[in-house]
Design a protein around this ligand. Structure first.
Ligand SMILES: [Zn+2]
Ligand SMILES: [Zn+2]
Length: 138
């Protein structure tokens, strides 16, 4: 008896909207700049992808409804490429528990076990500068 197999549902791959693609492009070009611009409180300065010398302050909120951007696209549609770029930077970075600077995740080392130094706690994430300034965590 032949077994009927249910054909797998093919989800058509929806192309990303243009503002998402532009945001990813901005991230590729300016990720370092955006990270270095971190203002605290989820705020970043993101360059315009189209107008030279134009910068927008973007806030990546702890919840999506707290996101915002200064640009006109945001006030019209509540989405824009700047937020996409800043969100991606936020996702891939964290704040060093030593110096408070924002760094890429790959540059942060998590303190995973107790050590003699009382400077750091297990779970702290530290940048290379803080680690070497305190003689490492071994
Ligand atoms: Zn924007
Ligand atoms: Zn640090």
């Amino acid at each position: 008896m032949p077994t009927n197999t249910i054909p797998e549902v093919q989800h058509p791959t929806t192309p990303e909207p243009a503002y998402v693609l532009r945001g990813l492009g901005l991230f590729e070009l300016c990720a370092g700049e955006i990270l270095a611009s971190y203002q605290g409180g989820g705020r970043y300065i993101v360059p315009s992808g189209t107008a030279a010398n134009t910068l927008y302050e973007v806030r990546v909120g702890t919840r999506p409804e707290r996101n915002r951007c200064e640009c006109r696209g945001w006030s019209a549609h509540h989405h824009c490429s700047h937020l996409i770029a800043a969100e991606r930077v936020a996702k891939k970075s964290g704040v060093c528990d030593g110096c408070g600077e924002r760094r890429w995740d790959r540059e942060l080392v998590e303190v995973i076990e107790d050590h003699d130094s009382l400077t750091w706690f297990v779970g702290d994430r530290l940048c290379g500068g803080c680690l070497s300034a305190h003689g490492g965590i071994s």
